[in-house]
Structure formats: C-alpha cells, structure tokens
Design a protein around this ligand. Structure first.
Ligand SMILES: Nc1ncnc2c1ncn2[C@@H]1O[C@H](COP(=O)(O)OP(=O)(O)OP(=O)(O)O)[C@@H](O)[C@H]1O
Ligand SMILES: [Mg+2]
Length: 454
C-alpha cells in the first residue's frame, strides 16, 4: 500500500498540481484547504506525512504544525515556505516540523524530502514496536507477553481500551482474564472512575440480582434499607461481570434488558435508573456452545460480545513462560527478601515442557513456592513442585496399546521433535534447549526428517 500524504493549502490550484505530481510518483494524496479539517483527519486517520503551506489563508501553517505534533507526534509535518527566508524556515523547524521546502520546488526535491520523512516514520514505528517487544509489555500495563499469540491480544486490548466498547474476555482458568479487564479500565477515559468486579458464579441467584441491580427498602425480608447495586456503584467507571457463563437464565434476561435500555430496575422498585458504566465480561466456559445448547441466551451473548478478546492458554505462548517466570522470580525474591538471580537451564527446560493446565496462575504459584524454598542464588529443579518435575512428556507419544500402532525409535524422535517445535512456536533455540540438543544437531535432524518426508 502506498503511503498517503495529506496536503494542506488554501490555493486550490496548488492542491490540484501537487496531487498530480505526487500521484505520478506513487503516493496516495488527500487534500484540504482547511487547517481544522486537516487536524481532525490527521488525528483520526493514518497519514504517512502532512505537507502544509506556511500560510493557509489567514491561518498559520506553523500553528497547524504545532497542533498536529501535539495531537499525533508520530506523523511528520513538512512545511512549504513561499518566501525562502531563513527566519520562516527556522521557525517551522522550531515548531517541530520534520523539514521545510521552499517554493517554487522541484518535484524531485519534494520527493526526496517526503521519502526521508516516510523512512523516519517507518523507523520510529519499528523502534517503538521492538521496544515494546523487548519489555514484553505494550500499552496494556502489567500484561506480560512477547509471543505472537499474546501480541495479538495486546494489540486488541490497546485498540479498544479507549473506545468504551463492551468487551467479552474468554480463556482457560488463570490465563489473565481479570488482568485484561483491569487493563481495559486503566487505559480508558474512565480510569479515574471505579472498577467494580462481581463474580456471577459466587452468589445465589436472588442475591446476585439485588447485588447487580440494587433493591428497594422492604423488597424482601432482609432488605432493611435501599441498596444501590453494582451497576450504579460503577458509575463513571467499569463494571466487570466475571464468570458470566454461570449466570442463571432469569438473571440473564434482566441483564439483557438493562444493557439494551442502559437502565436498571432495582429489585422491588417500580422505577428504573439509568446507569453509566462500561461493561466488561469474562468466562472460562465455552460460551458459544452454551448458547447453542440453550443455557446461555444467544441475544445476550450478542450484546456482550461486541469485542472479543480470547486469551491463549500459557502452553501456546512459547517463550512467554520463561519471561513470566523470570519476572515472578524477581517479584517473589524481593517480597521474601531473597537475593535470587534467576533459575538454572534445567528449570527453564522443565518449565517449557510442562503444559500448565492452571496457566499463569499455576506458574506464579509454582515460582512463589520455588523462591521460598530456594537456598542458593538460583532456583533449581528440586525447588519446583513434584508434578512439574514428574511431568513425563512420553505420554504425548505413547498412549495407545494397539501393537500395530507401535513405531520405531526414529519415528518417535521425529514425532517428538515435531511436537516440541509446535509447542514452542517454531523456535529452534527453545526446542533445542528442551530436547537437550545443540542447535546445529537439532537443525540437522529437522532437515533430515523434512527431506525424508518430502
Ligand atoms: N500476561 C500476564 N502477565 C503477568 N501476570 C499475569 C498474566 N496473566 C495472568 N497473570 C497473573 O496471573 C494470575 C491469574 O490471572 P487472572 O486472575 O487475571 O486470571 P483469570 O483468567 O481471571 O482466571 P480465572 O478464570 O481462574 O478467574 C493473576 O495474579 C495475574 O496477575
Ligand atoms: Mg478471574
């Protein structure tokens, strides 16, 4: 896709002329005569460069440049100066312009300046993305992960946080659903408001409704006073409905009405109250099959599933296991006053080979325990829970008892290498570590099996 240049000038003839020359050189061009429209579009669209005249009617191009730099610092601005005075040029650069071109300019000169600006933009984008990968963190605070699987999650979280959209977070137990819900809140304009979490599975049906929607005084025996309810407690903030898959059907019907009308009716009350909370929900159940079998309302699923964030299980996140483990070692060492430096290669191998049914929570607990037990300055295999040390990957390979299905050792090796490569997301160095081979040996084996099978 060719980069789009936004050209701002009050002279229509110049706009037509620039559009023609720049298109010929392969750029997509958008033009406007209004600095306000330019600013609006620059903030909402993804332009490669803004090319602005120094004077746009009575308005100043330098002022526009400053405002674009403030609103979207990643977009380079090039200013066209008509007078060629040094003063104007210096002033444009001071305002944060990437470059200036003096009129009349040759198309080649303009092209050069545009290319430099676009290269600069591409480079700074790359630096930013590399930096966030190195930190293992993106805009979403506290969610660690560098794997491609988590990269996608973090990208969606970063993109929707500010929009206030209703989000459904799914994933196995311990994959970080609540963490994502909090990150969505923290990165939203509602961050200063309350984050109210409720576990829909933990309360009996009747209590859940009065918790959520509130109740009027005397609504039932124990209702001695009026109660506001969590929808209203979350005013100006986020309401997190956890384990929504467990919500009883009667409550589901009331929740659907509330979400449709943006109003709640407290239990026993004859009036409705408008609420102002962003709704984030989570479940570790396969909610779509629950909807298909009729235990979860399809229309409610449709309402809560405006944006879907699906957290991958830890075993599908490759090296993230080690990234998380190292951060947890540091965290718990600090908490328990230990001077731990890290873990042995052997421990790393075991952590990578274990399938983590309890996901990040299980890893975190295992590391906390290991740190508490550790004696030297490294966590060693003995400090790990028995189930991790005992985990025998052999059961991946030999599960049947049918003699006709038994195979040669070489075939076992081939299958096992393929399985390990798949689990670590194709990383040969990680696979080599798990297999206890050096990289070149692994490489040779992978190549051999590949050529055997082709
Ligand atoms: N990517 C991550 N980076 C750092 N910490 C994480 C990450 N994912 C999960 N955790 C930590 O793991 C623990 C479990 O996460 P969380 O409570 O969000 O999981 P959950 O999906 O809501 O689990 P459950 O389904 O059991 O409620 C928390 O302490 C959380 O901080
Ligand atoms: Mg949870």
């Amino acid at each position: 896709m060719s980069p789009t240049i936004l050209v701002v000038d009050d002279d229509e003839d110049i706009l037509v002329e620039l559009e023609r020359t720049l298109s010929k050189r392969g750029y997509s061009v958008t033009t406007t005569t209004s600095p306000d429209i330019a600013l609006g579009r620059a903030t909402s669209e993804d332009f490669g460069v803004v090319l602005s005249d120094l004077r746009i009617g009575a308005r100043s191009g330098i002022d526009l440049c400053e405002r674009i730099r403030a609103a979207c610092p990643a977009v380079p601005v090039i200013v066209m100066t008509g007078f060629g005075t040094m003063e104007a040029a210096v002033e444009t650069l001071r305002a944060g312009a990437f470059d200036f071109v003096t009129k009349p300019f040759s198309p080649a000169h303009l092209d050069l300046s545009l290319r430099r600006a676009l290269d600069h933009r591409a480079l700074s984008r790359e630096v930013r993305s590399l930096r966030s990968r190195i930190d293992g963190q993106s805009g979403a605070r506290g969610i660690l992960g560098r794997s491609d699987a988590m990269g996608e999650v973090l990208e969606v979280v970063g993109r929707v946080a500010a929009t206030g959209a209703t989000v459904l977070v799914t994933g196995e137990s311990g994959t970080g659903k609540e963490l994502v819900a909090r990150a969505l809140h923290d990165a939203s304009p509602r961050a200063k408001g309350p984050f109210v979490a409720v576990n829909c599975a933990a309360l009996p049906d009747a209590l859940l409704e009065s918790e959520l929607f509130g109740h009027a005084k005397g609504a039932f025996t124990d209702a001695k006073t009026t109660k506001k309810g969590l929808f209203l407690e979350a005013t100006g903030g986020t309401l997190f409905l956890d384990e929504i898959g467990e919500m009883p059907l009667t409550t589901q019907a009331k929740l659907l009405r509330a979400l449709e009308d943006r109003k709640v009716r407290p239990v026993g009350a004859n009036h409705e109250v408008a609420f102002d909370a962003r709704i984030v929900t989570a479940t570790n159940r396969d909610i779509e099959s629950r909807a298909a079998e009729g235990t979860f309302r399809e229309d409610l699923l449709f309402r809560i599933n405006v944006v879907h964030v699906e957290l991958p299980p830890l075993r599908a996140r490759g090296d993230d296991v080690l990234l998380l483990a190292k951060v947890f070692v540091r965290k718990f060492a600090e908490r328990h006053g230990k001077a731990l430096m890290g873990m042995t290669d052997d421990v790393e191998r075991r952590l990578l080979a274990y399938p983590w049914p309890g996901n990040v929570r299980e890893l975190q607990n295992a590391i906390e325990r290991a740190v508490a037990l550790a004696r030297g300055d490294l966590v060693v295999a003995d400090d790990l829970p028995k189930r991790i040390n005992d985990h025998a990957p052999a059961d991946i390979l030999v599960s049947g008892t049918d003699p006709t299905e038994l195979c040669s050792l070489e075939e076992v090796e081939r299958r096992y290498i393929a399985k390990v490569m798949e689990i670590v997301g194709g990383s040969k160095s990680e696979a080599a570590k798990i297999l206890g081979l050096d990289r070149s040996t692994l490489y040779r084996k992978v190549e051999k099996y590949r050529s055997d099978s082709s």
